[in-house]
Design a protein around this ligand. Structure first.
Ligand code: GLA
Length: 345
């Protein structure tokens, strides 16, 4: 079973070698499988009822590409993956920015490693699954989603250093603090998301090149003014400011959680959202509305989570306020003529 994830904070920092703090959703993807003598894979999705069959000669498209990508990457890593019949069940919302694809990759990797009787340590799996996504599927994502799906533990957020892959399980007991995280799917169409994601990543890499660092992670908040002064392009300056301040917000959030002050994460989440909206420019009216309305109705903090241009908003709320916040967001969406949002959790 591999869960989807919500990223509490640390957006677009992973491919800058920075910090992220995701936690697992209760929703997960399970893949079961049996070996077959032929070297091909017969994959059935219980959700759609579809079955896709592929062998090594084909480049697979659609949802089964994530399965084929894992077959490919395991073979690249020297695992002799046997042919198999695979069955996928999942309740991770699809297309909501909650990493349904990483959950599928990681669950597939687990079952194929078992069938191949390969010794594949957990700590090595995120990089392999990321490579599957980058090189086979062709999405230039960072490592957060695959790491979260593989390494998150219940009752904890996963503090991950995306450079060293060092991890810390940070206690995150919302119920004990009388809190909830409301996750609302904005239902905004994910138009242009792939191109915009790649463009943000490229801008960051270019900026790191100009600044003479391996990645933007190497600039901290104290060094930010100097770094910004070296960049001519105003858009690039804003992108860099987002990444550098976002890394700091992750560190501050981890400090708050370690101190048991979960409410202190709220303002950091809101600041993260503002940075994504104004500096990284990856939000859309639906998510901005959900965040604004959640804050107006008592949320301690709220932000979009995931790659951007739609997806989910999370709001940190006192348990007793959760229903009211959700209702207010729903009303605001209706008033603006947006597709009704759905609570994801
Ligand atoms: C997507 C990617 C991740 C990460 C986030 C933004 O979820 O898959 O690697 O870059 O966007 O934080």
């Amino acid at each position: 079973m591999s869960p989807g994830r919500v990223n509490l904070i640390g957006e677009h920092t992973d491919y800058n070698d920075g910090f992220v703090l995701p936690f697992a959703l209760p929703h997960a993807t399970a893949v079961s499988g049996t070996r077959i003598p032929e070297r091909h894979w017969v994959v059935t999705s219980e959700q759609t009822g579809e079955t896709v069959t592929f062998d090594l000669s084909e480049k697979v498209e659609g949802w089964a590409a994530y399965v084929a990508a894992v077959v490919w990457v395991l073979r690249e890593a020297g695992v002799d993956v046997p042919g198999a019949q695979l069955r996928i069940t999942s309740d991770v919302p699809f297309g909501a920015g909650l990493s349904s694809s990483a959950a599928l990759e990681c669950a597939t990797m687990a079952v194929l490693a078992d069938l191949a009787e390969a010794d594949l340590p957990l700590r090595d799996r995120p990089r392999l699954a990321q490579r599957a996504e980058n090189e086979y599927v062709g999405a230039p994502t960072g490592i957060m989603d695959q790491a979260a799906s593989t390494l998150c533990q219940e009752g904890h957020a996963l503090f991950l250093d995306c450079r060293s892959l060092a991890t810390e399980q940070v206690p995150f007991d919302l119920a004990a603090a009388g809190l909830k995280i409301l996750v609302v799917d904005s239902k905004a169409p994910h138009a242009h998301v792939d191109g915009e994601y790649a463009a943000r990543r490229k801008a960051c890499e270019e900026a790191a090149g100009i600044l003479g660092v391996a990645a933007l992670r190497d600039i901290d908040v104290a060094g930010l003014p100097d770094a910004l002064a070296k960049l001519d392009d105003e858009t690039m300056r804003r992108r860099v400011r987002h990444v550098v301040t976002e890394d700091q917000r992750v560190l501050d959030t981890v400090a708050a959680l370690r101190a048991g002050d979960l409410r202190a994460a709220g303002p950091l989440m809101t600041a993260s959202h503002e940075s994504m909206r104004d500096d990284y420019e990856i939000t859309v009216p639906q998510v901005d509305t959900a965040v604004r309305v959640a804050l107006e109705h008592g949320a301690h903090g709220a932000r979009m989570t995931g790659g951007g241009f739609g997806g989910c908003v999370l709001a940190l709320v006192d348990e007793e306020d959760c229903d009211a916040v959700e209702a207010a967001v729903r009303e605001a969406f209706a008033a603006n003529g947006f597709t009704p949002p759905t609570p994801s959790w």
